[in-house]
Design a protein around this ligand. Structure first.
Ligand code: GAP
Length: 534
């Protein structure tokens, strides 16, 4: 992970936000290569899920043909949206405060191990990355027990790394920034929405929130889309955009950020067909990640246990990836596919429903009136063929663009060996990104800066640039130029050499197989296109 983080900074994939002022936790900027990668990921998702979807035939595994449309909603919305959606009351994590350091941590994010010295047993915590966890716990434990490094063998560190939420008490816990034990409070709820104020007056009614998910913008526009685009159920609405969560312990590079992008679909279907559609979307989304290059062993689908589901839900599955910063055998969520029943549409219509009721009824306040009033707008659907009127059920495949980009970066990072100009094997770092995701699709090199080679290479570059993001490089030894492109994840390098001057051909080198083939200069654009799309 350290090697990847350093490559991301060195080559301009990711920078810490406001770095020159010391950075701000949980916010990340995408550099020149990173912005292309994330844009390619979002474009691939949009193309495969929305704009490239053929509504005339049923894709493999789908119960029937269906339509897909897109939407782009605002980040700030009417405060009532968040009251009816449940985020105002329920969107929280548990946090603990440290009475000594005055710091605050997410209860399920603080890890630690039991450490024993003589007859004392202390649970020593740390926020260090997993690969440094044991070293950091040893260092803290030695300090706590007032021992020196040479006495490291006198303490016993437990084999199991445990998160704080698995402990019954905090009495023996040494907090991540504390010097004494027992300084952490009991866990308390902490709402994750960022508050902001609309207008200049700033009264209580002017308080709203930066959206913590893009999904609600889709639900509140359900009727607008239905009336304006004449879609028929089953259909899906997709949206890509920023979401904000005031994460208590943002960590693990971009995995848990405070500002991030989501790629969400709300798929509306007949209640009787919702189970089939749930299975379809779950399998389709899993297949998408595999097609884009995440390998079998690192990617799993975890179905939630029946006991974890709301009673109105048929199922929820998480697509998870074995991020290298997680302990062996642990996976982090990339995307959740949830069956949401009719909870959202009914809540925005009738008033926030109480998810604990069955069948669900509007949650009432102390005065016996709806706790959070809905819009009162009719969000039911009338089938114009059967004349049946119902509230559609929703299947929600909800993905994170930043988590996706991070997983693809982790998967792509490879150290292997490749021959240099003299044929000697050298270690190389190569980002084996899928060509659709690669920031730069091809690099064009003149072998040397003379004999008319740069002119030919520049012409090829100009022709390619009209279609793809390509890069021209004439500086330094060609082997070094290949290495730079390998690190950037560029799948193809085109080199103009002596033969190009006479037979109008160039070599095209494949980043992964290192195979070099000769193709006609006239075919370069078509060749790159067919290789990217294969
Ligand atoms: N509308 C449903 C929803 O938002 P979620 O599981 O909370 O569900 C969906 O979020 C996806 O958004 C996650 O699977 C993850 O990829 C991404 N995501 C959520 N919180 C994130 C964070 N703090 N940083 C980066 N990505 C995040």
């Amino acid at each position: 992970m350290d090697a990847l983080v350093s490559l991301c900074k060195r080559r301009g994939f990711l920078f810490q936000s406001s770095e020159i002022y010391g950075g701000v936790q949980g916010f990340w900027d995408y550099g020149p290569l990173g912005v292309e990668l994330k844009r390619n990921l979002k474009d691939a998702w949009w193309q495969d899920m929305i704009s490239g979807h053929n509504e005339l035939t049923a894709p493999a595994g789908a119960p029937s043909p269906f339509e897909m449309v897109g939407l782009d909603c605002t980040i700030l919305m009417h405060p009532q949206v968040w009251k009816c959606s449940g985020h105002y009351d329920l969107f929280h994590d548990y946090m603990v405060d440290c009475r000594e350091s005055k710091k605050r941590y997410r209860h399920d994010q603080v890890r630690g191990r039991y450490v024993e010295y003589q007859d004392q047993k202390v649970f020593v915590t740390t926020l260090a990355e997993i690969e440094h966890e044991v070293d950091e716990i040893r260092r803290r434990a030695l300090k706590f027990f007032k021992l020196r490094a040479k006495n490291a063998d006198d303490i016993t560190i437990g084999d199991e790394s445990i998160t704080l939420d698995k402990l019954d008490s905090h009495d023996d816990v040494l907090g991540p920034d504390a010097k004494s034990v027992g300084t952490l409070t009991e866990p308390r709820e902490f709402n994750l929405m960022f508050k902001t104020t609309l207008g200049a007056l700033g009264g209580a009614d002017d308080t709203t929130f930066l959206r913590p998910e893009t999904a609600q913008g889709i639900f509140v526009n359900f009727k607008n889309v239905l009336d304006s685009s004449r879609v028929r159920v089953p259909f899906g609405i997709g949206q890509v955009g920023k979401s904000f969560r005031n994460e208590i312990t943002p960590r693990n590079f971009t995995f848990r950020s405070r500002e991030f992008e989501q790629m969400e679909i709300e798929f509306f279907c007949h209640p009787d067909q919702s189970q089939e559609w749930y299975r379809y979307w779950r399998d389709r989304r899993m297949a998408w990640y595999t097609e884009m290059g995440l390998s079998g062993e690192s990617l799993i689908m975890r179905e939630h246990e029946q006991s974890e589901l709301a009673h109105y839900s048929v199922g929820t599955a998480d697509i998870e990836y074995a991020f290298p910063f997680l302990p062996e055998g642990e996976y982090g969520e990339l995307e959740g596919i949830a069956h949401r029943g009719d909870f959202d549409l009914r809540s925005h219509m009738e008033g926030k429903l109480d998810p604990a009721t069955n069948p669900m009824t509007v949650q009432l306040g102390e005065d016996g009136k709806p706790k959070y009033r809905g819009s009162g707008k009719d969000l039911t659907y009338r089938d114009d063929i059967t004349n049946e009127k119902y509230v559609p059920h929703v299947i929600e495949p909800s993905a994170g663009a930043d988590r996706g980009a991070l997983a693809f970066l982790c998967e792509a990072y490879t150290e292997d060996e490749a021959p240099d100009e003299k044929g000697k094997l050298q270690t190389r770092t190569v980002m084996k990104l899928h060509p659709r995701l690669a920031p730069i699709k091809a690099a064009v090199f003149p072998l040397v800066k003379k004999d008319g080679m740069p002119e030919i290479a520049q012409e090829i570059y100009a022709g390619l640039k009209q279609h793809f993001n390509v890069f021209y490089d004439a500086k330094g030894a060609v082997g070094r130029r290949y290495r730079r492109q390998d690190e950037a994840g560029t799948p193809y390098c085109i080199t103009v050499d002596g033969d190009s001057l006479t037979d109008k051909t160039v070599t095209i080198r494949d980043r992964d197989s290192l195979e070099q083939t000769r193709i006609k200069i006239d075919d370069v654009v078509d060749e790159i296109r067919s290789r990217i799309l294969q």
